[in-house]
Every structure is written in structure tokens, then in C-alpha cells.
Design a protein around this ligand. Structure first.
Ligand code: PMP
Length: 398
């Protein structure tokens, strides 16, 4: 049996394709900004975009990216350490640090690489890493690398500071990194940041909050740390530019010494080219837009609240908290895939999520500022009209 035998015998995707229910790699023709989108030739309402503030089609953001290309070309062409460091990167880092209230920031090529690069550079032999049970794969993979260099990695119960406290009380070392998502991207719940801060401060652990889905949305755009009133008390914050900042890339925020350490030791930073000029400028322009509108409640939050209530009233099994993400749960894979297909056929796109990405079977709905009240009503109408087709499948008789 050669190495590629596992690929030749891989049938899982084909099984779904064969029955017309394959939900992945949908091909969109044009923007996927949360408004109308064209999916394989047909117009759909996009309820699956993380572009929460609808900035990926903002003229200011597009203009900034175009100007950056005109002035700097299309690529940073090398590692920032040696030849790919642009003033655009440094200016963005200064503004990120200022906006989020940290001494310094470091930009990475993606949010995934940010978490990978931060966790693996900071934790190694003699250190312990505690991850929320449902932490994002990028934190998990960072911890795997940390483990390979000698760190001990543990999990604590999802959003359970009490469990974390019990484990830390028994921990033999004080050199501890605790990492959690700020907003859990599949279930839409918020981490109990204040309680986690209290536990970490009590046990001298260093807390990292990955606020990929909270930035731009909560806490006057500053995310869940500000929302929880914990500014200045979370030593490490990471974020991605691919959600509200309408770009590509990610960043870590910390004190100046930590950022300097990461600049020189984080392998995904050192061994990968700097973020492209267009991506850097787009993220920076989005940050400016978010800062300008920081006092207003995002439309995405109100849209999600409205949609959540409407789906609940229709009898759907809706979970989640008060975030732009609404998970709609199904009892099994075929019911969820069938529902996703029926919705697409009726002009509404939602993301199908199943194990190992999440525990159960769910359609992930994400609201953005781009969804007009009329479009939302139309989507609710579709859910209502296909309700009979969906509900019996996914709510088995008690
Ligand atoms: N952290 C979380 C919580 C995420 O949901 C994601 C993906 N959206 C990432 C990190 C990775 O971000 P990126 O897409 O920039 O790699």
C-alpha cells in the first residue's frame, strides 16, 4: 500500500456528491459580502459570510487596497524579517495597538498563522497550555507544536472557569498559557472573559483571547475584552482580518517586549512572506471605518437577534447567544444536508457544519450589516415555506 492509497479509497465526499447533497466548496461568482451573492449561476441571499461589518465592499476599503497596489505592487515578496517589511505593516500595527489598548501589535499572514505562531513561540518545555475544549483549530494546532517542543497541553471545560481554576490549583508549574476564543464561531457564544481573567490572575497564568469573531462587533468594535470591561487585563489578544476587517491576515496584541520576542522567534512569522500591500491596506481602512462608527450598535447584531427569534418561533432548534452567528441544529447529517440543499434551492445560503468541525450537525447562519430588513424578511419567508419539508426530518416525534 503506497502513501496515496488513502486518497484513492477516500469516498466520504463522493457519497454526498452522489446523492446531490455535497455542501462544500460552493462556487460563488462575485462578492460574498453578506448581501446577495451568485452561487453557481443562481442568486442567493448570503447568510454564511463572516464579513460582519460588510466592509469588504466598502468604497473606502476597496480604494485603500487599490491605492496600495498602485504604490507598492501586488506582493511583499519576502519575509518581513529580511526584505518584506513595509511601512504599511508598521503603521497598521501601531493603529491596532492604539485601538485595542495594547503597547504593540504584530501582523501575520492569516489568523490561523497568528495563533499557531503565538502559541508555539510562547509555550515549550517547562510550560503548560490550557485550552478551552472548543478552542479554534488554530489554537489547538499551536498547542500541538508547543507540545512537540515539550509543553504539557490540557483542556478545560467549555466556557467553564471553575474547571480551569480546579486544574490550575493542582498544576505543578506557574508557567501557564490559557487560551480561548472570544466568540465561539460555530455556536456564537461569548467566552466568560471577566471570570477567566479572575482565575488567570489568581494563579499567575497568562490569558490569550482569540477574538476573531468579536472584533468589530462587540465593545465599540474593540471586541469581547472591552465588552467585559477587562481592558488592560488580558495580556495576549489575537484577531483575524478575514472577518470584520474585510481582508486577509491576522494580528497579535501584547506588551512591547512580548511582541519583540515574537517578531524574532515566531516561525510562521519569520518563514513566511509579509502580508500583501492590498491586504494590509484593506485591513487598515476597515479598522478606520470601525473606529469611526464605533459608538453605533452594528446592524449585524440586530439582524441576528431578529432572525434568531423568527427561526425559533418557526420551530427550528436554534442555539447561540447574542452574536451575529446563529447555529440551527439537526439530529443527523442527512437531515442537515437536505435542509441546506432545500434552502439553497430556494435562494438562501447557509453553511453546513458537521463533525469533526463541530460536535453535532448544524447550519451556521452569520448575519452582517449588509442584510437589509427586506432581505431578512425574504429569508424568514423561505424558512417558513420550507419549514414543513425540514421540520419533520429534523425534529423526530418525541
Ligand atoms: N480563530 C478563529 C476563532 C476563527 O474562527 C478563525 C477562522 N475564521 C481563525 C482564527 C483563522 O482565521 P483566518 O481565516 O484569518 O486564518
Amino acid at each position: 500500500m503506497d502513501l496515496l492509497e488513502k486518497c484513492r479509497t477516500y469516498t466520504r465526499a463522493d457519497e454526498a456528491r452522489d446523492v446531490g447533497l455535497y455542501p462544500y466548496y460552493p462556487v460563488f461568482q462575485g462578492p460574498v459580502d453578506g448581501g446577495r451573492a451568485v452561487l453557481e449561476g443562481a442568486e442567493v441571499l448570503m447568510l454564511g459570510s463572516n464579513n460582519y461589518r460588510a466592509l469588504s465592499s466598502s468604497p473606502q476599503v476597496i480604494g485603500a487596497a487599490q491605492d496600495a497596489i498602485a504604490l507598492y505592487g501586488t506582493s511583499a515578496t519576502g519575509s518581513r524579517l529580511l526584505s518584506g517589511n513595509l511601512d504599511l505593516h508598521e503603521e497598521l500595527e501601531a493603529d491596532l495597538a492604539g485601538f485595542f489598548g495594547y503597547e504593540a501589535a504584530l501582523v501575520f499572514a492569516t489568523g490561523y498563522m497568528t495563533n499557531l505562531g503565538v502559541v508555539s513561540a510562547l509555550a515549550g518545555s517547562g510550560d503548560q497550555v490550557y485550552l478551552d475544549e472548543k478552542a479554534h483549530a488554530s489554537l489547538v494546532d499551536g498547542a500541538r507544536l508547543a507540545k512537540a517542543s515539550g509543553a504539557v497541553v490540557e483542556r478545560f471545560g467549555h466556557n467553564d472557569p471553575g474547571d480551569l481554576a480546579r486544574q490550575l490549583a493542582a498544576a505543578p508549574t506557574r508557567s501557564v498559557l490559557v487560551a480561548t476564543d472570544g466568540v465561539f464561531s460555530l455556536e456564537g457564544s461569548l467566552a466568560p472573559v471577566a471570570e477567566l481573567v479572575a482565575v488567570c490572575e489568581e494563579y499567575g497564568a497568562t490569558l490569550l483571547v482569540d477574538d476573531a469573531h468579536g472584533v468589530g462587533v462587540f465593545g465599540r468594535g474593540r471586541g469581547v475584552i472591552e465588552q467585559a470591561g477587562m481592558q488592560g487585563r488580558v495580556p495576549l489578544m489575537t484577531l483575524t482580518f478575514s472577518t470584520s476587517l474585510a481582508s486577509q491576515g491576522g494580528a497579535v496584541l501584547a506588551d512591547a517586549k512580548t511582541i519583540d520576542f515574537l517578531r524574532h522567534t515566531s516561525r510562521p512569522q519569520i518563514f513566511s512572506a509579509g502580508l500583501s500591500p492590498a491586504d494590509t491596506a484593506a485591513a487598515h481602512a476597515s479598522l478606520r471605518e470601525i473606529r469611526r462608527g464605533a459608538e453605533a450598535e452594528p446592524d449585524a447584531l440586530m439582524a441576528a437577534e431578529h432572525l434568531r427569534r423568527a427561526l425559533d418561533a418557526l420551530g427550528f432548534d436554534v442555539a447561540g447567544g447574542s452574536s451575529p452567528v446563529i447555529p440551527v441544529r439537526f439530529p443527523d447529517e442527512s437531515a442537515m444536508l437536505a435542509a441546506q440543499r432545500v434552502l439553497v434551492d430556494h435562494g438562501v445560503y447557509t453553511s453546513a457544519v458537521l463533525p469533526p468541525v463541530c460536535e453535532g450537525y448544524q447550519l451556521r447562519i452569520a448575519c452582517t450589516d449588509a442584510q437589509s430588513p427586506d432581505a431578512l424578511e425574504a429569508a424568514i419567508g423561505v424558512f417558513a415555506s420550507v419549514r414543513e419539508a425540514l421540520l419533520p426530518r429534523y425534529r423526530p416525534a418525541a
